[in-house]
Ligand binder design. Structure first.
Ligand code: IMP
Ligand code: MG
Length: 368
């Protein structure tokens, strides 16, 4: 881990991986430009390292130039004026390749393109070491991409955080140690809902119960709700794609949350993987899975009791209840292994008074 200004960063892309990405760019450019004597234009400051390494891999005739883009307050009321500092090259009949270290929203590059396109180049293409496809929202194409990365902030290999970090050989990403994301695990009837509200209270988290979100959708008769209902009523699992989309949209709706309690999710390894890559994209992760351990007869007793006044159709009938527990044991319980392998699994005795169980949970979370 390294510290730059006020923030901490952890290793993300190794020298070797960077090298492979540069070689990939070089081989694609060689295929397309070996006989064209192109003009490479590196966008300063960030691109100096990738341009240098890339140049060493390109074995054909080419020219090189650097530009620095600047946007300043113009004298006329029209506002901002964009210019390329130190750029006085004639581009007539040139095949231009813009070299970038990173393309994020694509705003900067869009302005650079506008200027270059007015200078009469024969062709203008873009090559970038890093590309954040989930943030990019422009019409133009990024023609050559070394590596796609999610929407996270990175430094090193030319990239800076407030002007520092450019001289690091590897690429680091911002370390997230803020969010407390918990998977609350256990069979139906284990008391997840009750305990989730205790965790919400103490740690100021946002409770995301797949079941509750599904039921809200079902009640609202949304498309997703109707689809989910057909599975839930039979005691089956809702398909992964449906569940994952729904969860992502709930997380996205709460960008200020201190953390999330995932309750009823993930239920399969596929979902766990999807959750992991989704959270990684947001620069965060699951900190712990806490599992409430309750034996089957106690579960059936609790669920049938709950079914009497909750009105939940899946709690009303003993066969459906037992089937849900069987589905949990057969299909869902394996997800515990997923987190155990990552050293993130804690088993909690889920039998006792509500307060006792809460106390066990608080201890587990405080011990992360
Ligand atoms: P744009 O959003 O594509 O216009 O990106 C503008 C500039 O922001 C890039 O050229 C980089 O200098 C900088 N930038 C975007 N993402 C990152 C990052 O993750 N780390 C460091 N600089 C970045
Ligand atoms: Mg840059």
């Amino acid at each position: 881990m390294i510290q730059i200004h006020d923030k901490q960063f952890v290793p993300y892309i190794s020298e070797k991986e960077i090298n492979l990405a540069v070689k990939k760019l070089a081989s694609e450019l060689t295929t397309d430009y070996a006989t064209k004597k192109p003009l490479l234009i590196g966008i300063l400051n960030g691109s100096f390292m990738v341009v240098s390494d890339l140049m060493k891999e390109l074995k054909f005739d080419l020219e090189l130039s650097f530009v620095k883009f600047s946007s300043y307050e113009g004298t006329k009321s029209s506002g901002k004026v964009d210019e390329l500092i130190g750029f006085n090259q004639d581009l007539t009949n040139k095949d231009v390749i813009i070299i970038e270290d990173i393309v994020d929203t694509g705003n900067t590059l869009e302005k650079v393109l506008t200027i270059l396109n007015n200078l009469g180049a024969k062709s203008v293409k873009i090559a970038t070491l890093l590309f954040k496809p989930t943030v990019f929202d422009k019409k133009y194409e990024i023609n050559y991409v070394g590596l796609k990365i999610p929407n996270i902030f990175v430094v090193g290999y030319g990239l800076d955080y407030d002007e520092l970090g450019r001289n690091i050989k590897e690429i680091y990403k911002l370390k997230d140690n803020q969010m407390l994301n918990i998977v609350l695990f256990g069979p139906p009837g284990a008391g997840k809902g009750t305990q989730a509200s205790r965790l919400v209270e103490k740690y100021n988290l946002y409770h995301l119960s797949t079941g509750d979100v599904f039921r809200a959708n079902i009640k609202g008769k949304t498309e997703l709700g109707n689809l989910a209902k057909s599975y839930i009523d039979k005691g089956h699992l809702v398909p992964d794609e449906v569940t994952i989309k729904m969860l992502e949209s709930e997380v996205n709706k709460n960008p200020e949350a201190k953390g999330f309690i995932f309750d009823g999710f993930p239920r399969t390894d596929v979902q766990a993987d999807a959750l992991e890559s989704f959270l990684t994209n947001r620069g965060t992760e699951i900190k712990v899975m806490v599992a409430l351990d309750v034996d089957e007869e106690e579960l059936v007793k609790r669920l049938l009791l709950r079914g009497k006044d909750s009105g939940r159709p899946d709690d009303a009938n003993e066969d459906v209840v037992r089937n849900r527990i069987t589905v949990y044991n057969d299909q869902t319980a394996v997800v515990a292994d997923y987190y155990e392998k990552k050293n993130k699994y804690v088993n909690i005795n889920g039998v006792g008074s509500i307060d006792e169980i809460t106390e066990r949970l608080y201890n587990a979370v405080d011990n992360i």
